[in-house]
Write a protein that binds this ligand. Structure first.
Ligand code: SF4
Ligand code: SF4
Length: 246
């Protein structure tokens, strides 16, 4: 497979269309090597109505980065079926409304930089042209920004950027390998949210830390709030940064 990367701006035209009319339809979902973020898992397990532990066991595999010690979670795919995604069907993606951020972004790659002074994020994009993908060269009349909006990807980026910020913090404060206990709590607090919730409400995980009532209500009912608490919990547990509530 050959690929070419071309930097683009949000106002540039997006000469790309993906749909069932393309002969390659679902080809990209049948040859996967795809890392999943915590927010990807949150959306898909809720789409399927199962808890995070069941989702992770049924559909994913995990390893820890040899240098960083950070968990890397990917779709489990069967080489006998060409590494197909567990959710691909003849008619397309069976979890389309809640598909991962990387599926939404393709064929765009996104990188960010964050201002140390203001915390403001700047985004950079590049088009990845792979020879198996026949979606290129179509005049859709859309700009890159309009195409991104049509993929409803900003919410994924919002939560994924919080993970990136946490990993950057880890790389600055603890450049070596995250070891045993820390690697495990990183995985549970972000990827296995329903277990994290049980540990908070049934096993007194937070100990003497008293959460304000609105935060308790929020994390009981919204996985997004639980994920954000998980980020704070890891900063506190691993780097000793005090937890705060607004
Ligand atoms: S290979 Fe490209 S055009 Fe074909 S289904 Fe995948 S993203 Fe769409
Ligand atoms: S989640 Fe859906 S869009 Fe993403 S690889 Fe699987 S089938 Fe394709």
């Amino acid at each position: 497979m050959t690929e070419e990367m071309k930097p683009v701006c949000e106002i540039d035209p997006m000469p790309f269309f993906c749909g069932s009319g393309n002969a390659c339809f679902t080809a990209c979902c049948r040859d996967l090597n795809q890392a999943l973020t915590p927010y990807d898992i949150l959306r898909m397990k809720n789409n399927l109505g199962i808890d995070s532990k069941t989702f992770l066991r049924r559909y994913t595999s995990r390893h820890f980065g040899p240098d960083s010690g950070l968990p890397v979670v990917s779709f489990t795919s069967d080489p006998a079926f060409g590494h197909a995604c567990p959710f691909v069907t003849e008619s397309g993606c069976s979890v389309y409304q809640d598909r991962p951020g990387s599926c939404r972004m393709y064929p765009l790659a996104r990188a960010i930089s964050r201002s140390r002074a203001t915390g403001k994020i700047r985004e950079y994009f590049a088009l990845i042209e792979e020879d198996h993908c026949m979606g290129f060269g179509k005049n859709t009349g859309q700009t890159v920004r309009q195409w991104l909006d049509s993929q409803d990807v900003d919410l994924h980026n919002h939560y994924n950027d919080q993970l990136i910020a946490l990993i950057s913090l880890k790389n600055r404060m603890m450049p070596g390998k995250l070891e045993g206990g820390h690697a495990d709590i990183f995985y549970t607090a972000l990827y296995d949210l329903d277990t994290f919730k049980k540990q908070i409400f049934e096993q007194d995980l937070l100990g003497p830390i008293v959460l304000p009532v609105p935060v308790v209500d929020d994390i009981r009912t919204r996985d997004e709030a639980l994920f954000e608490l998980g980020i704070q919990w890891l900063k506190y547990q691993i780097f000793g940064i005090e937890m705060t509530w607004s």
